[in-house]
Ligand binder design. Structure first.
Ligand code: ADP
Length: 708
């Protein structure tokens, strides 16, 4: 296909009716595609917008929670800095410093030692050497003790051993040595079964050397009192044993002595062993009650000791000096025995000249989780479609309930400085809700689009129809003008010619003159029918037209019309037959209008017949209606145009193929006149066989005609 070919096709397309169609299709297709594009974009935009809004909302919730929890921690930090600046911690004897529920424990780093001023530690960790004997500076005492031990253990000479211990006692000057030697002396008394003296000597140690450390590491008071319990148990003095057991256990728990963990365990085991041997359930119960207290305090002590190690590793360097800090207050997360712990530490930025180096708190994790968190979350409005969950760092849910699996995770955030080290998760409970929302809007867009497109299609069709009608009308009007002028011109020309000839006296014979007059008359009648057709239609259009009703003898009227028609035709070959019912009525009609109708129909029947026309007119009365049929055997009307011939200016065929002249107004006027009478007109026609026009006029309250 070359260019000119395409151009030709385009030219043809745009020249013909297709041009209109193409323009319509374009005017419909382009806006529709654009609308569709807009709708799809709209839906997409809507979806992103809603999603963004939801995300921002959830982020806002998470941020608020972070800020709110952080506020609580900031409060503690402020308090901590206050204590540090004023060094007021030690002046307060009560525990108001621990008043915040979030403070689990307070600690102070003083001269490189970590101290818990408000906690009762039952023991210290196990490190540090233990000695077998007190080291004295006096070599003679050492020699005496060696000799005493040889007598006591090898020679079993207890009297001599006792003497030597006493002699050493006299020389000794320190409490530790004295406590050790008294304990040895009491032991010798026990070996000699001198129970009273043994009791007295242990009692002395318990009283005077309570805190003196024995070579094994135990404080004198504790070791002596354990021996005293043994003595009263041996003597089966239950009451004494009981009171000694309970008072010693109480002091052990109360932290009378600073012990190592193993020493504490040793003393505790011994107490519980003796209590177990006693056949007294009351004592056993009391001891096991105390045991429970000891258990919980021991675990608290273990907890603080282990945490203490972690704290020291943070704030002290390997040489035990405080690590310089960039800020005055720092946050740490350390792993302690109960999982992760948070520490807030206020410390010297430069190693402090004074002894106090740092003050810190252990934040109570569980209080934070069980009190602060729910309290804060309650104040934050979480929408109905969202679920807030807080997880600990090991993934366990601390707050909230996990939503169903269909829920969509929107935000997963951490607390400030990873402190507390939990994760905040927000879920959108019903993601389908969102989808539904979108699809709801989507269908709205689609329906809107569909409506617009339908309206456009409808509008386009209507416009197309209107336009083609207008075009047709314009075409018919221009046809009409040329036809009318032609119709007028030919009779006027012949009238003028004949009148001129008559006037000039050139027509000599009378017969010829008679003929001329007749032609003039006939032509002027044709003209007047034409003019009256045009005028009547104009009147009808302007609604000035009224029927002149009168009593009409239908049969007579029809006979007159047919007679005139025959005379007008003047041609023998035209056969017009009138076939009337014998009982035709005297009807109230507009006689002139009916004449007009009939003249038009007969005129057409003659015009549109080839050869010698045969016209049959029948009239009958049917159920108070007058039915008149004008039938011919002419050229007929194509099926598709049967209804159109009643339209104004409509003429079958086109200008060039039409042989017969006409205006296309005759049938239009006939229909108007029939309708004005309240009647109907029907046409049945077959091409090349003929046409038949049937008029039905209502003639109510009329007498029948006398004829027939
Ligand atoms: P015109 O002045 O053209 O006769 P009409 O309104 O009387 O106008 O008729 C409209 C058209 O109907 C005619 O042009 C003709 O094509 C067709 N027509 C009317 N009567 C007949 C008929 N009896 N037989 C065939 N065609 C007819």
């Amino acid at each position: 296909m070359n260019r000119t070919h395409i151009r030709n096709i385009l030219r043809i397309a745009f020249k013909s009716r297709a041009k209109v169609t193409v323009i319509f299709l374009l005017s419909l297709g382009i806006p529709s595609a654009f609308l569709l594009f807009l709708a799809v974009r709209g839906v997409e935009y809507d979806r992103t917008l809603t999603e963004q809004r939801l995300l921002a909302e959830h982020r806002g919730i998470a941020d608020t929670l972070v800020v709110e929890v952080d506020k609580e921690i900031l409060l503690i930090e402020q308090r901590l800095l206050g204590w540090f600046d004023q060094r007021s911690l030690f002046n307060e004897s009560d525990t108001t410093n621990k008043s915040s529920r979030l403070i689990d424990e307070l600690f102070v780093l003083v001269e490189g030692d970590l101290v818990y001023p408000y906690a009762t530690l039952m023991y210290d960790s196990d490190d540090g050497p233990s000695q077998l004997r007190v080291q004295t500076a006096d070599a003679q005492i050492d020699r005496m003790v060696d000799e005493a031990e040889r007598n006591e253990f090898q020679l079993k000479n207890y009297v001599r051993a006792g003497e030597l211990y006493r002699a050493a006692l006299n020389r000794s000057t320190t409490d530790e040595t004295k406590a050790d030697l008294y304990m040895r002396l009491a032991r010798v008394h026990m070996r000699m079964e001198e129970w009273a003296q043994a009791e007295e000597t242990f009692g002395l140690v318990a009283e005077r050397y309570e805190h003196s450390i024995l070579p094994g590491g135990l404080p004198g008071g504790l070791a002596a009192r354990l021996e005293l319990i043994g003595l009263s148990h041996r003597a089966i003095d239950i009451n004494e044993t009981r009171s000694r057991l309970i008072s010693l256990y109480g002091e052990l728990i109360g932290g009378t002595w600073s012990l190592r963990r193993s020493q504490f365990k040793f003393a505790r085991n011994k107490i519980e062993l003796i209590a177990g041997e006693l056949e007294n359930s009351d004592i056993r119960r009391e001891i096991s009650d105390l045991g429970r207290t000891a258990d919980s305090m021991a675990s608290r002590t273990d907890y603080l000791l282990e945490l203490g190690d972690a704290v020291e590793s943070i704030i002290l360097d390997s040489a035990g000096a405080p690590i310089e800090s960039a800020t005055l207050c720092e946050r740490y997360v350390v792993t302690g025995p109960n999982g992760r712990n948070m520490l807030l530490v206020a410390k010297s930025i430069k190693p402090h000249p004074e002894t106090l180096m740092a003050v810190g708190v252990i934040v109570d994790h569980s209080a934070l989780a069980t009190e602060t968190l729910p309290q804060k979350i309650e104040q934050i409005p979480v929408g109905r479609n969202a679920t807030l969950v807080v997880r600990s760092d090991d993934g366990k849910v601390i707050y909230g309930e996990l939503p169903p699996e269909t829920a969509r995770l929107t935000v997963s955030g951490l607390f400030k400085d990873d402190f507390p080290s939990w994760k905040i998760e927000l879920y959108q409970n019903d993601p389908q809700f969102f989808e539904r929302l979108i699809s709801g809007r989507q269908s709205f867009y689609i329906y809107a689009l569909l409506t617009v497109v339908l309206v456009m299609i409808f509008g386009t069709i209507m416009t197309a129809r209107m336009m083609s009608r207008e075009l047709e009308l314009a075409r018919m009007k221009s046809d009409f003008v040329s036809t009318v002028s032609h119709e007028f011109r030919s009779p006027l020309t012949s009238i003028r010619q004949m009148a001129e000839m008559l006037k000039s006296g050139r027509v000599l014979s009378d017969e010829r003159r008679e003929q001329y007059y007749e032609v003039i008359l006939e032509q002027s009648e044709r003209l007047s029918l034409l003019v009256s057709n045009i005028l009547d239609l104009a009147k009808i259009d302007e609604q000035r037209f009224t029927l002149d009703y009168e009593k009409v003898d239908v049969k007579q009227l029809l006979e007159t019309i047919v007679l005139q028609a025959r005379q007008q035709a003047g041609d023998e070959s035209i056969a017009i037959t009138l076939d009337t019912d014998s009982k035709l009525p005297i009807a109230t009609l507009d006689g002139g209008a009916v004449t007009h109708i009939m003249k038009n129909l007969i005129d057409n029947a003659i015009k549109y017949s080839s050869g010698s026309p045969e016209i049959t007119i029948t009239a009958r009365s049917d159920n108070h209606d007058l039915v008149i049929t004008v039938e011919d055997r002419g050229i007929g009307i194509p099926k598709g145009e049967v209804d159109k011939v009643f339209e104004r200016f409509y003429r079958v065929g086109d200008e060039f193929t039409r042989k017969v002249k006409g205006t296309g107004l005759g049938l239009a006027l006939v229909r108007e006149l029939v309708h004005a009478h309240g009647g109907t007109i029907k046409l049945s026609s077959e091409i090349q066989k003929g046409s038949s026009f049937t008029i039905r006029l209502p003639v109510v309250n009329n007498k029948e005609s006398n004829h027939g």
